[in-house]
Design a protein around this ligand. Structure first.
Ligand code: CTP
Ligand code: MG
Length: 179
């Protein structure tokens, strides 16, 4: 059933969807790269990647996974996914932040300034790294949960959700650019 697949895809990806949005709200303070540049004269990561945004974003993602685990017994008839092992909660949340950080590294190396759009990378960086990390640290749960159908749903839905949440955050004045 397509609805069932979509429900699982969104449910299991929520701990990876939340961190970047929370980082937008919680970000600020010391940038991870401490203002340093590489030999190309560009910042390593830029002012948009901060310790506070990364820490609070990751914590929020882990919190969401644990909250979903609490809710799971009541909705298990509708959500065909096993509860998040703690390792998966952490890897989904931290992997999402790490993917976004690696994307900023790539953006700076390709001459894109902070806030510049990088179509494709902006929408999928966090999915690829959070899934890869989860496959490594929670292998059994990962392959149990991410069937081919769920993976297809994730790769179709994520860019749509990403573009729409960022457009909303921009419209609300929370984000400087709509991507
Ligand atoms: N943010 C943060 N720490 C992170 C990720 C995001 O503090 N690890 C905050 C920053 O305030 C950032 C905002 O969230 O400006 C928006 O995130 P994003 O669009 O990823 O950063 P940009 O400022 O657009 O920078 P970049 O070009 O490097 O993506
Ligand atoms: Mg940005």
């Amino acid at each position: 059933m397509i609805v069932e697949t979509v429900v699982v895809a969104i449910w299991v990806m929520l701990p990876a969807y939340i961190p970047n949005n929370v980082a937008v709200l919680a970000g600020g303070g010391r940038p991870i790269d401490n203002g340093r540049t590489l030999s190309d004269g560009k910042r390593i990561l830029g002012d948009g990647k901060t310790w506070r945004g990364t820490a609070v974003g990751t914590a929020a993602g882990v919190f969401v996974a644990l909250a979903l685990n609490r809710v799971h017994p009541f909705v298990s008839d509708y959500v065909a996914a096993d509860p998040f092992p703690i390792a998966a909660a952490v890897s989904l949340a931290f992997g999402a932040m790490l993917g976004d950080i690696l994307a900023s590294f790539l953006k700076r190396r390709t001459g894109r300034n902070r806030g510049a759009a990088f179509p494709g990378v902006d929408q999928l960086d966090f999915v690829i790294v959070s899934l890869a990390l989860t496959a490594i640290v929670a292998t059994g749960w990962f392959f149990e949960t991410f069937t081919l159908a769920v993976l297809v749903a994730v790769f179709v839905l994520t860019p749509i959700l990403h573009v729409s949440t960022n457009a909303i955050a921009y419209a609300l004045g929370l984000k400087d650019e709509p991507w």
